[in-house]
Design a protein around this ligand. Structure first.
Ligand code: BES
Ligand code: MN
Ligand code: ZN
Length: 500
């Protein structure tokens, strides 16, 4: 889809030919004399329309306007969140129409700033996303063009560009998480990463079973050994900062299908375990967005990718393996495989001398029970990093919630037969999983995002959400602005690129 940003006067909005005109209405509206403003004033007065976020009123070929369809969309208090709700509702209402070109007017909003324009663009892209990869007759994406009209270009441009860049990352993340496991094998995921390597600033390296064995990733290899599909360890680099600048490392869980292994999962809804590479998908999506936005910092993405299958060669409950860190692990439950692939990626991250490491994983059903689909679970050993992630979640409308890491939570991981067990009891399962990971993350500021509840929607709207790409991108951009990097590499403007 094509997005364009323009300043338009109320008169021009009425005169612009388009298939649908969406007018966002928030707060106090000034009673203008153009046809659109008059319609808004009349409808509000008559009680046929309210400003409440998500309320709609539609008209067909109304007099005095060049648009075929007009949708008034209530945008509540005009906050980014309300605007997201409003645009989403309007785009869903247009879904079964033939609208190809939409004019989205933010002109009547009291303040259309960076965050509101970004929210509008993202909501547009999100509501119109169509999965088509494995359909023989893909549904046609009718909507081709969205013209976003604002009253001030200066106030909106940066937010608009961010929204367009993010939309590309979000779509890529959704695409890969939605794909069935036979269309998203570790090898295919590696190819998707290689394709990203053609974009400016991005380099990609892919390790196979031999290289991974040489590195001593015994824990990752143990999970992969039950599958015919060879594992891949994917390394992406985005170099936007100075050469000497320490990178932020993102690690995405890349289990392309999780049967549970010998500790096999029940059949019901097992199909959904194709999104067990949602963390990996969010790393790919974030790199896609970085290529668009070109911020001045260095980022490394690590994706341990494999399947978790039952097989004659598969790991068995009670098996003890040696991780890359040297720590031995007793695998009491082969379904707790995410932490087994992540721990070796965390050890690998040490060699990158990172300034921060964030792992992103569909790690536990317990996190779904704790936080549902609203907030991702966030765990961190570093207060500054935790605050930065929470703030990024707030600004990107992609929320997370910090969870505890008291040492007592690790008690259940003790075992007689290895340095650590891969599971504790059922109680506090999201936290004990995080405590397991923490053992491998002692040498850098570290955070863990459990996205089991937020990366996927079940039920009627079944599919990937693309989360937490917005959170991760805002977090990375904040790392440029906060200037944690050495002063000489700091650039005043996000989006500007300085190459040393
Ligand atoms: N991939 C699952 C976690 C998951 C569950 C993600 C539901 C999305 C929705 C993970 O590998 C897993 O199986 N975790 C187990 C851990 C348990 C064996 C300690 C779980 O949550 O049941
Ligand atoms: Mn599992
Ligand atoms: Zn899993």
């Amino acid at each position: 889809m094509d997005f364009e940003l323009k300043t338009l006067t109320p008169a021009r909005i009425c005169a612009e030919k388009c298939d649908a005109l969406i007018v966002l209405v928030a707060g106090e509206t000034d009673a203008g004399t153009d046809a659109v403003s008059k319609m808004v004033t009349l409808a509000l007065k008559a009680g046929d329309f309210e400003n409440k976020a998500g309320k709609l009123l539609s008209a067909y070929r109304p007099e005095g306007m060049a648009a075929t369809r007009v949708l008034l969309a209530g945008a509540g208090d005009g906050s980014a969140k309300s605007i997201r709700t409003a645009v989403h509702a309007a785009m869903v209402a247009l879904k079964n129409t033939n609208a190809r070109r939409v004019l989205l007017s933010l002109c009547a909003l009291p303040q259309a700033g960076q965050e509101t324009v970004r929210a509008a663009v993202l909501a547009c892209a999100d509501a119109t996303y169509l999965y088509s990869t494995t359909k023989s007759k893909p549904a046609e994406q009718k909507l081709k063009q969205v013209l976003v009209a604002v009253s001030s270009l200066a106030a909106s441009r940066a937010g608009f560009d961010k929204g367009v860049g993010l939309a590309k990352g979000l779509a890529l993340a959704k695409e890969w998480a939605n794909r069935p496991a036979n269309h998203a094998t570790p090898t295919m995921l590696a190819q998707a990463a290689r394709d990203l390597g053609k974009l400016p600033g991005i380099k990609v390296e892919v390790l196979g079973p031999k290289e991974v064995a040489k590195l001593g990733m015994g824990s990752f290899m143990a999970v992969a050994q039950g599958s015919e599909e060879p594992l891949r360890f994917i390394v992406l680099r985005y170099d936007g900062g100075a050469k000497a600048e320490a990178p932020v490392v993102l690690i995405g869980k890349g289990i392309t299908f999780d049967t549970g292994g010998i500790s096999i999962k029940p059949a019901a809804e097992m199909d959904e375990m194709k999104y067990d590479m949602g963390g990996a998908a969010s790393v790919l999506g974030t790199f896609r967005a970085l290529a668009e936005l070109q911020p001045a910092l260095n980022v490394v993405g690590l994706i341990p990718a494999c399947e978790n299958m039952p097989d004659g060669r598969a790991i068995k409950p009670g098996d003890v393996v040696t991780s890359m860190s040297g720590q031995t692990i007793e695998i009491l439950n082969t379904d707790a495989e995410g932490r087994l692939v992540l721990c070796d990626a965390l050890t690998y991250a040490e060699r990158l001398k990172p300034r921060a490491v964030v792992d992103i994983a569909t790690l536990t059903g317990a996190c779904v029970i704790a936080l549902g689909g609203v907030r991702s679970g966030m765990f961190s050993s570093d207060d500054a990093l935790a605050e930065a992630l929470a703030a990024a979640g707030d600004s990107a409308l992609d929320l997370c919630w910090r969870m505890p890491l008291d040492d007592e939570y690790a008690d259940g991981l003790k075992t007689h037969f290895a340095d650590v067990a891969n599971v504790a009891g059922r109680a506090g399962g999201a936290i004990t999983a995080a405590k397991f990971l923490q053992r491998f993350a002692g040498k850098f500021p570290w955070a863990h995002l459990d996205i089991a509840g937020t990366a996927w929607k079940s039920g009627a709207a079944k599919g990937a959400t693309g989360r937490p790409v917005p959170l991760l991108v805002d977090f990375l951009l904040s790392q440029v602005q906060s200037g944690r990097a050495p002063a000489k590499t700091r650039t005043p403007k996000v989006g500007a690129r300085s190459r040393a």
